[in-house]
Design a protein around this ligand. Structure first.
Ligand SMILES: [Fe+2]
Length: 281
């Protein structure tokens, strides 16, 4: 296993990924992890065959987490979509780290959404009723789970779809991002297009523009996305740290697989480490 400090790739003048987020001086420090795109039903890939199936590679992340001691031990793990729960559900009994998931385009059908809601009934609720989007508060930090994969499994993201239930996610998100907690962290599957362009693999043009503006106005501490199967990339919208997270299953151009470890310190300082769990032969 190889670990390295994750370097800020885009923020001008910043050398390391430890910055002060919004005020949260009385926060109790803790850590959590972010896993993207486990694609749990996929078979072993030739170039990553030594790490086994997708489910094996997902479990490998928790093997690394088990070695994290003290304040580094994650309180929970966010899973940013394209889960393919069918392939993972038999292994989840061996995962002691609590999981919080959002749907990806591989969970776009009503049946897959229901499976996810059934597996995690403590999440996927809004006002006590089933919902594809939800939030929770952990040690004073608000975590906002957004569903932006809807229309029939396509790769362009959106907030409104007959497959995203209940309707009204945009108004809900405006409220969540205006909530009183000083540190807010959002996660979803499909990232916004940075320039608000019309580009496959990102939120739609208009959703991207609305979302980017909302982030600039409400200034959450960080947003985490999966979907792209590229090396982890960080950039900023105003004060907000935006992360496109590498898959733990496979990435384009034979890039290593892995996940993120995030430490939240008193004062709202987030330190993010990009952790490799496998390299192609
Ligand atoms: Fe995806």
């Amino acid at each position: 296993m190889k670990r390295r400090e994750f370097l800020v790739l885009a923020a001008a003048g910043a050398a390391a990924s430890s910055v002060r987020a919004q005020s949260g001086a009385d926060l109790e420090p803790f850590s959590f992890c972010v896993i993207a795109d486990p694609h749990g039903s996929e078979a072993a890939k030739p170039e990553l065959e030594r790490y086994g199936t997708a489910a094996d590679k997902f479990m490998r992340c928790f093997g690394v987490m088990a070695e994290m001691k003290g304040g580094d031990a994650p309180d929970f793990c966010l899973v940013a979509g394209d889960i393919q729960l069918d392939g993972l559900k038999d292994r989840l009994k061996d995962v002691s780290t609590p999981l919080h998931m959002v749907a990806g385009n591989h969970e776009s059908t009503p049946e897959k959404r229901q499976m996810l809601r059934n597996a995690f009934p403590g999440d996927f609720k809004k006002d006590g009723k089933e919902s594809d989007y939800y939030s929770f508060i952990h040690k004073g930090v608000r975590f906002i789970a957004v569903c932006d994969a809807g229309a029939g499994g396509e790769h362009v993201g959106q907030f409104c779809s007959e497959n995203i239930r209940p309707s009204g996610q945009c108004e809900w998100l405006e409220g969540e991002l205006s909530a009183r907690e000083p540190v807010k962290i959002l996660f979803a599957h499909i990232p916004p297009e940075r320039g608000g362009g019309d580009q496959n693999m990102f939120m739609s043009r208009n959703d991207s523009r609305w979302f980017n503006r909302l982030i600039a106005e409400t200034r959450p501490s960080a947003c985490f996305f999966g979907h792209l199967h590229q090396p982890t990339l960080e950039y900023r919208i105003g004060d907000t740290r935006m992360f496109q997270v590498r898959s733990c299953c496979w990435n384009f151009n034979r890039e290593p697989v892995g996940f993120l470890h995030v430490s939240v310190a008193a004062g709202g300082v987030l330190t993010v480490r990009d952790i490799e769990t496998g390299r192609c032969l």
